[in-house]
Ligand binder design. Structure first.
Ligand code: ATP
Length: 352
């Protein structure tokens, strides 16, 4: 029997609650399947420990994480730690250190869930975000701090290798979907260096995928297309910053941030990939037992798929969809169910 070792990093806020729920669901699935086992190890890398010890990831932490098959991540962010400190302290060192260059964010209105759009049922997208460079490369600096002459630069970095591999990944993924349609999101009208390279390489790679239909949209225009003509989009490839914003919009249009999953993939499996809900630590609802665990369950299904357990992934998705369809909804979806009740309902279906 195959055993997969999973590093669980719940992090902060509701991350702790949804990862706990996710582990219970995954254990129920493995037990039901009987053909694979999941070993979880918990890592208490969070903002409380950062405030006590001055670091999120302890000495040798990344080395240890490398030995796992995948990482199941909750959220990072605390009221008393600046966001850029927590993000660069925990999540980004994992994404960048493990070269998780492809960030995959599916968006779909699950059965029983209401989209704020009247035509929300047309949403069936995968947003692919370049996850290793671009606007979030970390390249830049500040000089003359606090003086009137202060200067800060934030330099976008686009490399041929980085751009080509994300476009290739996007084409490969688009090819597996019924509509085989890939939209290039860009801003090459205003940004005439990196973004022009981004576009050029897209069309070079496109020659290897004649079966995939392509089109190109400016990032501002694609937001209106997502709202007004959702059915005209299928797979979307965008830079780190653009896709960050577009995928939050996609999540909101699909009904709630609480259902949107994401996978940070190292497609070649040289390093473990990381699976997490899109949402953050949401301190307004932390400890109330009402965090929606569906995003975490959906990302758990993506993790099973990546590990090579597609049947279990499908089973989990069916259970999730049956539960949303039955109206077992947390307050973010307009219901009154608790995290516990949604989790129990999904586990019940898995066991049946
Ligand atoms: P961060 O700064 O870490 O991104 P945040 O609290 O600013 O976190 P999010 O957690 O992304 O922002 O979410 C914004 C709001 O959406 C939350 O304050 C919460 O009300 C709601 N929300 C997010 N995730 C969930 C969830 N899983 N279930 C219910 N509501 C959620």
């Amino acid at each position: 029997m195959k055993t997969y070792n999973i590093a669980a990093v719940p992090g902060d806020g509701i991350g702790v609650e949804v990862i706990e729920a996710g582990i219970q669901v995954l254990k129920a699935l493995a037990q039901r399947a009987g053909t694979f086992a999941l070993n979880f190890k918990q890592f208490d890398w969070n903002s409380d420990n950062f405030l006590k010890h001055g670091h999120y990831i302890p000495e040798g932490g990344l080395e240890e994480l490398k030995t796992f098959d995948s990482i199941f991540f909750g959220a990072v962010g605390a009221l008393n730690v600046p966001d850029h400190v927590s993000l660069w302290g925990l999540r980004l060192p994992i994404c960048q250190g493990f070269d998780q260059y492809a960030n995959v964010r599916p968006a779909r209105v699950l059965p029983g869930v209401k989209s704020p759009l009247h035509n929300g049922h047309e949403i069936d997208w995968v947003v692919i975000r370049e996850n290793s460079e671009g606007e979030y490369s970390g390249n830049g600096g500040r000089v003359h701090r606090g003086l009137p002459e202060e200067v800060a630069t934030e330099v976008s970095v686009f490399t041929r290798t980085g751009v080509e591999r994300i476009h290739r990944f996007a084409f490969e993924l688009a090819r597996t979907r019924p509509r085989k349609h890939l939209t290039l999101v860009t801003k090459s009208n205003a940004q005439r260096h990196g973004m022009v390279l981004w576009d050029e390489i897209f069309y070079e790679v496109a020659k290897d995928f004649p079966d995939v239909k392509v089109d190109k949209e400016l990032v501002d225009a694609v937001t209106t297309r997502m709202v007004l003509k959702p059915s005209t989009l299928d797979v979307i490839v965008a830079t780190n910053l653009h896709a960050d914003i577009l995928s939050d919009l996609a999540a909101a249009l699909s009904g709630s941030l609480g259902i949107a999953p994401t996978a940070n993939l190292n497609p070649g499996k040289r390093f473990p990939s990381m699976f997490e809900p899109i949402h953050g630590s949401a301190f307004d609802i932390t400890g109330k037992g009402v965090a929606n665990p569906i995003a975490t369950f959906w990302t758990a299904a993506m993790m099973l798929e990546h590990l090579g357990e597609p049947a279990a992934a499908r089973q989990l998705m069916s259970a999730i969809e049956a539960v949303t369809e039955a109206g077992v909804h947390t307050p973010d979806l307009g219901g009154t169910a608790t995290t516990r009740q949604v989790t129990d309902a999904v586990i019940e279906l898995i066991k049946r």
